[in-house]
Design a protein around this ligand. Sequence first.
Ligand code: F6P
Length: 522
Amino acid sequence: MALKNINPTTTSAWQKITNHFAENKNINIKDLMKDENRKDDFSIELDDLLVDFSKNRITQETLSLLVELAEEVGLKEAIESQFSGEIINATEGRAVLHTALRSTSEEPVLVNGKNIKPQIQTALRKIKSFSNKVISGKWKGYTGKSITDIVNVGIGGSDLGPDMVVESLQFYKNQLTTHFVSNVDGDHVSEIIKKLNPETTLFVIVSKTFTTQETISNAETLKNWFLKSATIFDIPKHFVAVSTNLEAVDSFGIDKKNVFPMWNWVGGRFSLWSAVGLSISLSVGYDNYRLLLDGAEEMDIHYRNTEFNKNIPVVLALISVWYNNFYLAETEAVLPYSQYLKKLPDYLQQAIMESNGKGVDRNGDKIDYQTGTIVWGSTGTNMQHAFMQLVHQGTKLIPTDFIGYKESLYGLTDHHKKLMSNYYGQMEALAFGKTKEEVHLELKFSGDQDKINTLLPFKVFEGNRPSNAILFDKLTPKSLGKLIALYEHKIFTQGVLWNIYSYDQFGVELGKELAKKLLNNQ
Ligand code: F6P
């Protein structure tokens, strides 16, 4: 069964939400927070994760109307269609099964009538045994030395996911040094080459198509550099590939035994759970990689089985639609209070914007309502000294996700207390602001009475700026898996609500074609 095709603005729920918005658009978070049960009523817990969405311009009625919308557009059926392998990526004629990659259940998932679970297990075993050999030093380079450096060569989904996860899980890393080359800018690969020794480097070429200009150019440059000191017979010891295009991998010169599979039923930006995550497994070991998958699976089970008003990805998606389509907020900020997660906003930009940046609906008709949000962000507390001025006092409404951890990894509790007081302080400042009266009193008490007339308006914070607190106990491979899967499901939920296809990306093609033409004309 394909996804339903319902223009959300024609539903009765949309009409109700429109009326509800007209009556309630001026509600103030400060007033809403006076209800002492609000925090409990507007929070969802899932083991080590607590999502507090109380500081939003929503009431119980808003939430139930949004849930009604989700029901009316057939979200429940859409989720089932995705998990069970129906061809929901209709424009590319593909199933969408990143969830099957992390599933530990025995339940078969059929693609073209064939259960894909056995091939996933085979690929995982191959990732495990290869990672173990390289990490333990048993895998030798062409001069008999063990591997010290891994270079992941890929772009987009073949780079951003593994790069972000390896960075985020640095605490769990082994002795191998991992590098990522993505840009066709030759200075990128040249800077990496400077750090490498051909005798001890393993290149992981990741490309679903194995035709992507950037990846193939970088892989060729690296191979030529390698062949300055080694021979083509040494390539199998130093080059492996992750791809669906076995022919192209073969003509590049990579040994068939060194090819890890990818499948058409996994989209590039959702592929870190497949062998695209090989450099993750090499960096933190297979057991940690499996824990990452386990965390994602836990979120999958929650998403698939939980009623919508208690379903974390669904609730966050609905709140985001409320701001995007009714308040017409254009952007959302993702603000992790962990330096480890500094690459998360970049990763989410591809996941969210390549998926939901669509202007035609499932009929192919031009859409006259807003779809994909612009996502951006950076880590706290750094960004407090950068762009938060605009979020607090600027003219734009910017809903925010604050991601935090109860515990730090190295202890240093003094630092962590400071970090977390900033985490909570920022959300409070956004929600409650500072009134004229408060500023007045403050200036009076600080002896700046004479400045009241000139300074007062500049020191007022109007507040009523929304945030979600996404709080985990600790940054672990498992909690990271859960976090990534949370956003993946939020993306799909929004795609369903907006009646778009989230899993194609035709918008990246035109620029590529023109670049090719220009290159050929040079
Ligand atoms: O940017 C477009 C895109 O197709 C992404 O979706 C994908 O992740 C990336 O290019 C890389 O593609 P490939 O893995 O085929 O090299």
